[in-house]
Design a protein around this ligand. Structure first.
Ligand SMILES: Cc1ncc(COP(=O)(O)O)c(C=O)c1O
Length: 329
C-alpha cells in the first residue's frame, strides 16, 4: 500500500534550472544572483522593502531577537502553541520567554509557516518591525532548509545581512567589532527558492482544496472540527488539522493508529511550550479558566496529511479511514 505522507517538498522544473545556472557560472559559494533574486521575489511578494535570505527560519528568528535589542533577563511574549524553534532564539540571548495561550476561535498561530497568508489585507510577517518565514522541507514552499527575514526598515535588513556573514567590518583584512554568525543562505539553495516562488500561488490553491475536501467530507460528523480559518484574510492552509469533541468516544490516538495501520502518516498537534520539560520554569499566561486552550487543542487534535502531491484517490483513502472511526461509510 502506497505510503501517504503529511507534507513533503514539491519540486517543479525551474528549481533545477536555477541550480544548473549556479553551477555553470560557478556561483556556488556562498552568495550570488540567485540569493539577490530570491530576496527580491519574497520582498515584492509580501510587500516588504527588502529581505535577507538566511540558512533557516531559526536563524532569521535569532537575528530578529538581536535586532530588537533583546538581552539577558528581558521578557519576551511568545505563543505556547508553536514549535520550539520559535522559543530557542530567546534563550540563545538569555532572555526569558513568557508563554501566551491560544485564542479559542483562531488558535492564534502566525509564525514561520504563514507565507502567502493575509490578515486585514496585509501579508503576515509584515505587521511588526521584523518578520520571518521558514523554507524548511514541510513548508508551503521550501529551499530544502532556509529562512528569510523581512523588516520595515531597510537598515535592519542590512544589519541582518552583516551579522549573518560573520559581522565583517569593511577592511582589507578580517576585522570584527561585534559577534557575527554564519547564517547566510547559499546561492545554490536560493535557486530552489527562486523556482519555488513561481509556484507559491499554485501550492496555496492546492492546500485550499485539501482543507476543503476534509471540511466537506467530515461536515456530517459533529465530533470533528477542522482548524479554524482566519476570518479576516486568506490562509495559506499549509497544514490541515482537526480536533475531536471532548464528549466523543473516539480519541485522536485511535484515529492516528487507524491511519498509521493503513500506511498514512499523521502527527499530533504541537505540544505547547509551557508543557515542554526544557521550558518548564517559565511563566504561562492562560486565556480561559480551566484547561488552557493550547493544551486542549494538543489533547484533542491531530494533523492530517496535507501533501499537495496526494491524489484524489489518496484523499479518499484518508477520509475513508477517519470516517470509519466515527462509524460512517
Ligand atoms: C513555528 C515555527 N517556528 C520556527 C520554525 C523554524 O524554522 P526552521 O526550521 O527553518 O529553522 C518553524 C519551522 O520549522 C516553525 O514551524
Amino acid at each position: 500500500m502506497k505510503k501517504i505522507l503529511l507534507a513533503t517538498p514539491t519540486m517543479h522544473t525551474e528549481e533545477q534550472q536555477y541550480i544548473q545556472k549556479a553551477f555553470e557560472t560557478n556561483w556556488i559559494s556562498p552568495l550570488g544572483p540567485n540569493v539577490d533574486e530570491f530576496e527580491d521575489k519574497v520582498a515584492a511578494y509580501v510587500g516588504a522593502p527588502s529581505s535577507a535570505a538566511l540558512s533557516s527560519g531559526t536563524a532569521a528568528l535569532h537575528l530578529s531577537v538581536i535586532l530588537a535589542g533583546i538581552k539577558e533577563n528581558d521578557i519576551v511574549f511568545v505563543p505556547s502553541l508553536t514549535f520550539a524553534a520559535s522559543v530557542n532564539p530567546i534563550r540563545y540571548e538569555k532572555a526569558t520567554p513568557v508563554f501566551i495561550d491560544s485564542e479559542r476561535d483562531t488558535w492564534n498561530m502566525d509564525a514561520a509557516e504563514s507565507l502567502g497568508t493575509t490578515y486585514r489585507g496585509k501579508m503576515t510577517g509584515t505587521f511588526g518591525d521584523y518578520g520571518i518565514y521558514s523554507f524548511n522541507g514541510n513548508k508551503i514552499i521550501t529551499t530544502s532548509g532556509g529562512g528569510i527575514l523581512v523588516a520595515k526598515q531597510k537598515k535592519d535588513v542590512e544589519k541582518a545581512r552583516f551579522l549573518s556573514r560573520q559581522a565583517r567590518d569593511s577592511a582589507r583584512h578580517y576585522q570584527h567589532s561585534t559577534i557575527g554568525y554564519n547564517y547566510r543562505m547559499s546561492n545554490v539553495v536560493a535557486g530552489i527558492g527562486c523556482g519555488q516562488m513561481q509556484h507559491l500561488e499554485e501550492h496555496i490553491q492546492k492546500k485550499h482544496e485539501i482543507y476543503k475536501a476534509y471540511k466537506d467530507s467530515f461536515s456530517d460528523i459533529k465530533e470533528i472540527e477542522m482548524n479554524p480559518l482566519n476570518k479576516e484574510g486568506v490562509d495559506n492552509n499549509w497544514l490541515s488539522c482537526m480536533t475531536i469533541s471532548p464528549d466523543s468516544v473516539v480519541t485522536p490516538a485511535q484515529v492516528m493508529d487507524a491511519l498509521e495501520a493503513e500506511n498514512i502518516e499523521t502527527r499530533p498537534i504541537w505540544k505547547p511550550m509551557h508543557l515542554q520539560p526544557v521550558f518548564e520554569e517559565y511563566d504561562f499566561i492562560q486565556t480561559e479558566d480551566g484547561i488552557s486552550v493550547s493544551e486542549d487543542i494538543f489533547n484533542r487534535g491531530l494533523c492530517l496529511p496535507s501533501d499537495i502531491k496526494n491524489t484524489k484517490e489518496d484523499m479518499e483513502r484518508i477520509i475513508k479511514v477517519v470516517r470509519k472511526q466515527f462509524g460512517r461509510q
